[in-house]
Design a binder for this molecule. Structure first.
Ligand code: NAI
Length: 337
């Protein structure tokens, strides 16, 4: 297939080329690497291509998809698990298949989540700066033992389960919320509770569910009001799960004790780019950066060697399967909407 790969970084290119070159020469795809994000305008660059390959912050809305269809496009290959940025109904209407990489390294995201909890609790990000400046004072760095604390894991799929297992190893009391509970979690001795109950009991709330039309701003002012005073909130899932303005209000009055974000609802204008010369125009994000008890990473939880290898290999395999069979195991069907 001729594939236009959008939002390409040097690391995407390296891993995708390696995966493509591992195929027999006659089975290889023709990959055009483009640095720009995919949207209703940049789709013009994909004329003469069968497929586009996109990532988490590309905008695959109705406009983009209709234009792609008019250009003769027939497939969208997401090189990620989430597809909240794809208008699946528009893709179905235009006969465009959408495939994704359902799992590439749940370990990567789970380990980053634990890293954020530990760093935020023990203020490692602040300690690093202090020590480099010769400041060895401990004021403001006081943490708490994770042992014995209650953690609410929201979403117990591939990543949530791994996070829960790791928290149990720290001696935490883990409770869970998921509209589709799974037996493995119960076998670990973890109880499922209604969302309101789980977040009200928790010292730490960690989000591991997809962003859907139903759970936009799942953590809003009302839900934050139900949480314990001083709660730690971790989001490595999707930015839209948290109402950032409500979080800021709660941080100002110390209701939220600390917040770690690997994702942010307006991240597409910021993340994966070097903005250090331009400054940050997003005042809400800039306000978040003023809190010493907020730790932000730029959507890097997935970013391990293993994950990039799996993403590239599965993406190339998805394209091959679509080309050969017209369908693919990793296809997202409109029924799953
Ligand atoms: P998964 O599909 O294995 O599990 C998701 C779980 O969430 C399922 O058990 C599902 O029943 C549950 N769920 C659905 N709606 C829910 C709701 N409203 N409340 C609570 N639970 C709900 O997905 P996986 O692989 O565990 O990934 C979870 C999320 O992590 C992804 O949707 C994605 O948004 C995010 N992610 C973030 C990455 C990063 O680099 N920061 C990388 C990969 C995934």
């Amino acid at each position: 297939m001729k594939v236009a790969v959008f939002s390409t970084k040097p690391y995407d290119r390296k891993f995708l080329e390696q995966a493509n070159e591992s195929l027999e020469p006659k089975s290889r795809h023709s990959l055009t690497f483009l640095e720009c994000q995919l949207d209703g305008k940049t789709i013009a660059l994909a004329h003469d291509h069968d497929a586009v390959c996109a990532f988490v912050n590309d905008q695959l809305d109705g406009e983009m998809i209709t234009r792609f269809s008019k250009l003769g496009g027939r497939a969208i290959a997401m090189r990620c698990a989430g597809y909240n940025n794809v208008d699946l109904a528009a893709a179905a209407e235009n006969n465009i298949s959408v495939v994704r990489v359902p799992a590439y390294s749940p370990y990567a995201v789970a380990e980053h989540t634990l890293g954020m909890i530990l760093a935020l609790n023990r203020q490692i990000h602040r300690a690093y700066n202090r020590v480099r400046e010769g400041n060895f004072a401990l004021d403001g760095l006081l943490g708490f033992d994770l042992h014995g604390k209650t953690v609410a894991v929201i979403g117990t799929g591939k990543i949530g389960v791994l996070v829960a297992e790791r928290l149990l190893a720290f001696g935490c009391h883990v409770v869970a919320y998921d509209p589709f509970p799974n037996d493995h979690v119960r076998e670990l001795g973890i109880e499922y509770e209604p969302l309101d109950q789980a977040i009200a009991e928790a010292d730490i709330v960690t989000l591991h569910c997809p962003l859907t039309a139903d759970n936009f701003h799942l953590i809003d002012a009302e839900h934050i009001a139900r949480m314990k005073w001083g709660v730690m909130i971790i989001n490595t899932s999707r930015g839209g799960l948290i109402d950032t303005q409500a979080a800021i209000q709660a941080l100002k009055i110390h209701h939220i004790g600390s917040l770690a974000l690997d994702v942010y609802e307006q991240e597409s204008a910021l993340f994966f780019e070097n903005m250090s010369e331009e400054g940050i125009e997003d005042d809400i994000f800039a306000r978040l950066l003023t809190f010493p008890n907020v730790l932000i990473t730029g959507h890097q939880a997935f970013f391990t060697q293993e994950a990039l290898t799996n993403i590239a290999e599965t993406t190339i395999a998805n394209l091959t399967e679509l080309e050969r069979n017209g369908t693919c195991n990793n296809e997202i069907l409109p029924l799953s909407l």
